[in-house]
Design a protein around this ligand. Structure first.
Ligand code: ADP
Length: 506
């Protein structure tokens, strides 16, 4: 298959979050399975292409603008295609400054979506799949559906849309519609309208043939009012076409047998190196390294310090944490109150708790390598990467049973000895503390602990497994009878989201 992938960021070119990791890794994994990917990205400041492919003309409202198209080979089978329009993309940041989004984001990403399709049409390549990611690519399926795709061949392509973070919804004033070359008929509950404004994310969800999100459990949870961020009704409407696919992890970056950030390598058949990493980690963060501390379980955390990650629960537990039979090392940054809380805790218990505020890739690897337990008490977690790194590094994860954490961590079951970690359900400090006490108790039985470590280290978390599932989605999307979005021009609003199904628009 030839896949046109459209996203606003991808490692190593541009990154603000997990989206970039996924869009960086998935095309390469698809190429390893024999597929071709053209990955279209904005050309942000600092990105250079190897080859100029020409120019495209992009109609946008009453105006017509030009973009240069550059390309770079990522690997065999994967090309990055950059849309170069300096006025939109040659800026200090990707989406905005500090807490303020750029005021013209609607225009920037409408232009980007349209330019990506213009390039695809001009390329004369036959793309089987057009795969957009997050709200920035939300207008891609809308344009295809509205017949605004520049070439009929493109209109035959099947659209897939992936939600990485439902919290970002691309919501703008409806007055943008004509300026983006879109008609006011899209200001409709079955189209882009969202509480009196327009949402690009909604366009992506309603007008794509198949929608994916980044774990099977999260795919269920986003259909509930609790975790649907106002989109649960829209997603329930598309539930027959909503698929959860777990992200993989990059084995080139995260492998304890060849991780340059670890002082000593280790693997499942030789865990002795892990003890040496623990000692080096304790030294690095200034905790004691006497035999009593080495024997005591070390709990690691690498995280954004925000409510989503359970830091409100940890703050409630306070000094109770230091009275457990454990040491703690935390690396993170985020909300000031949580930074202050952890710095205070470390100051009061310097022999037990070490805290590093900031972003430190090397230390993150060392914590994954040197800790015994990894703590991730998230309130919600679309997929989560750190628990997967932990599994691979023999660092037993203790997680709240939500989203991708449910799909990756199997709770230890004492009667059978099965399981890869520890999970708790209720989002409460007591549930977290009880589970932590339980895990620290289990740690004392080294044979059982080794078995839990080994089970986690053997789990397949590779991108190849995830890419195979995306291929299945692509095959299903191209072969199946569609569950199309409604035609906004002929539909009427119903009580909830005004959504009904009509014939296939594609
Ligand atoms: P989220 O994307 O919600 O922050 P994930 O677990 O999916 O959570 O991914 C977080 C990624 O960012 C992981 O690769 C993690 O190691 C990394 N990370 C988070 N905070 C830090 C930090 N302070 N220093 C280094 N890496 C960090």
């Amino acid at each position: 298959m030839r896949i046109l992938m459209i996203a606003s960021e991808a490692a190593p070119f541009a990154k603000t979050g997990g989206l970039a990791d996924v869009v960086g890794a998935l095309p390469r994994a698809l190429a390893r399975l024999g597929h071709h990917v053209d990955l279209v990205l904005p050309r942000y400041r600092g990105i250079t292409g190897e080859q100029a492919l020409g120019r495209v003309t992009v109609p946008l409202g009453g105006q017509v603008a030009d973009a240069a198209i550059l390309s770079a080979t990522v690997t065999d089978g994967v090309r990055a295609i950059f849309v170069d329009h300096p006025a939109y993309f040659d800026r200090d940041f990707l989406y905005g400054v500090a807490d303020h989004d750029y005021a013209d984001n609607a225009e920037r990403f409408a232009f980007f979506a349209r330019a990506a399709l213009e390039w695809a049409a001009a390329s004369h390549l036959r793309h089987d799949i057009v795969h957009g990611h997050d709200w920035q690519a939300g207008l891609v399926p809308v344009l295809l559906h509205r017949g605004l795709a520049p070439h009929p061949r493109l209109r035959a392509a099947v659209t897939v849309f992936t939600i990485h973070n439902l919290a970002y919804q691309g919501i703008f004033d409806a007055s943008w519609l004509p300026r983006l070359g879109l008609g006011f008929e899209l200001m409709h509950a079955n189209a882009l309208e969202y509480y009196g404004r327009i949402s690009f994310l909604k366009g992506g969800i309603l007008f794509s043939r198949v929608i994916t999100t980044v774990s099977p459990q999260y795919a269920q949870e986003v259909q509930t009012p609790d975790l649907g961020f106002g989109f649960d009704g829209i997603l329930r409407h598309r539930s027959a076409d909503l698929v959860g696919i777990l992200n993989g992890i990059d084995y080139d970056q995260w492998d304890p047998a060849r991780d340059p950030h670890l002082p000593v390598p280790f693997d499942p058949s030789n865990l002795a190196g892990k003890d040496a990493v623990k000692r080096a980690l304790l030294e690095q963060v200034g905790l004691p390294t006497d035999s009593a501390v080495l024997a005591r379980p070390l709990v690691g955390m690498v995280s954004r310090l925000v409510d989503q990650k359970g830091f409100d629960l940890l703050a409630t537990l306070g000094d109770e944490l230091a009275r457990l039979d454990a040491s703690f090392v935390l690396l993170g940054s985020g909300e000031r109150r949580y930074e202050d809380f952890w710095l205070g805790l470390a100051a009061r218990h310097p022999g037990r708790i070490a805290v590093r505020i900031g972003f430190d890739e090397a230390l993150a690897h060392r914590i994954e390598g040197g800790a015994d337990l990894f703590l991730m008490p998230s309130r919600f977690e679309p997929c989560g990467l750190n628990q997967m790194y932990s599994l691979r590094y023999g660092t037993v994860p203790l997680v709240r049973a939500t989203g991708g954490l449910v799909d990756t961590v199997e709770n230890f079951d004492p009667p059978t000895g099965k399981g890869t970690g520890f999970t708790f359900d209720e989002y409460s400090p007591q549930a977290l503390l009880g589970t932590l006490r339980w895990a620290l108790g289990v740690y004392q039985d080294r044979a059982i602990w080794r078995r839990i470590q080994a089970a986690g280290m053997q789990q397949d978390l590779s991108w190849d497994a995830s890419a195979r599932q995306y291929v299945k989605v692509y095959e299903r999307a191209t072969g199946k009878v569609a569950q199309p979005p409604s035609d906004p021009a002929t539909e009427e609003r119903d009580t909830q989201h005004g959504i009904r199904q009509t014939e296939d628009p594609h």
